[in-house]
Design a protein around this ligand. Structure first.
Ligand code: SAH
Length: 246
């Protein structure tokens, strides 16, 4: 029986991979991976390493999660070093918890290797600090996959009136409803927000706008992309340091 490494691949820039992730990738007999912001990571694997793609895009599962759990489990019976590689951090909307539970129940050993989440690092590469003294005392990372029009939304929209930073992951296709909802709960039309596409990679695109105009400004922007809402977005003007539009 092998061991499974539930591993964060980081947000895209290959140098944001942790040393631990780098080591297990090099030693892996099989790598079970999602769509990664930087597929070059896979080139670090040894000769003979098997690759299994179980991609997920914007929350849409190409392979259902139950099947992914079983694929990881089956591979752990056949291989010594099994790497389950996920974008960003495995426990930030990565379903790493579910996969760990599945292995736990079957007596399979696993390690969790945290990764640098896109929720913080893509804003950082856009020159947007998620907290800033006098501007935002906290930040939230929220799923944008759930439509704000859903009747029994689990998202506490009413709490979003404050100036604390909100980062929506998987939210691009719901951006029209998200921005409308935030205005409905009391944010001004001209409240700052940004969309960051392919953050931390050479193809990073950052679009800054307001809740009112962000949708029209981000037509056709490529995924993966996240949404940052908050006054911290304005700091980009001074703090932008990376990418084309600096
Ligand atoms: N576990 C991942 C998030 C998985 S959910 C993490 O910690 O980063 C997938 C969502 O993450 C995408 O829909 C997008 O909103 C965001 N995302 C991932 N990589 C990104 C990147 N390089 N730039 C912008 N957004 C990214």
């Amino acid at each position: 029986m092998g061991k499974v490494y539930l591993t964060g691949a980081g947000p895209g820039d290959i140098e944001l991979l942790t040393l631990k992730a780098f080591r297990v990738i090099k030693e892996a007999d099989v790598i079970i991976y999602d769509r990664l912001a930087n597929p070059d990571i896979l080139k670090e694997a040894k000769n003979g390493c098997h690759f299994v793609y179980v991609g997920k895009e914007d929350g849409k599962h190409i392979v259902p999660q139950d099947d992914i759990n079983e694929i990881i489990y089956q591979n752990s019976l056949k291989h010594e070093n099994v790497v389950r590689l996920k974008g960003g951090d495995p426990f930030v909307f990565g379903r790493g918890g579910e996969e760990a539970l599945y292995l736990q129940e079957r007596g399979i050993k696993y390690d969790i290797i945290p990764g640098i989440t896109s929720a913080i690092s893509a804003p950082a590469y856009a020159g947007i600090p998620v907290t800033h003294r006098g501007v935002a005392v906290s930040f939230r990372v929220v799923t944008g996959h759930e439509s704000p029009n859903k009747k029994e939304s689990q998202i506490p929209w009413k709490n979003f009136k404050t100036d604390d930073t909100i980062v929506f992951l998987m939210g691009l296709h719901n951006l029209p409803e998200i921005s409308k909802k935030l205005i409905e709960v009391g944010k001004p039309n001209d409240y700052p927000c940004a969309v960051i596409s392919k953050g931390t990679t050479k193809e990073q695109i950052v679009v800054v706008g307001t809740l009112e105009n962000i949708v029209e400004k981000t037509n056709d922007i490529p995924t993966p992309a996240l949404i940052v809402v908050g006054k911290v977005v304005q700091l980009r003007e001074q703090l932008k340091w990376f990418g084309e539009n600096v």
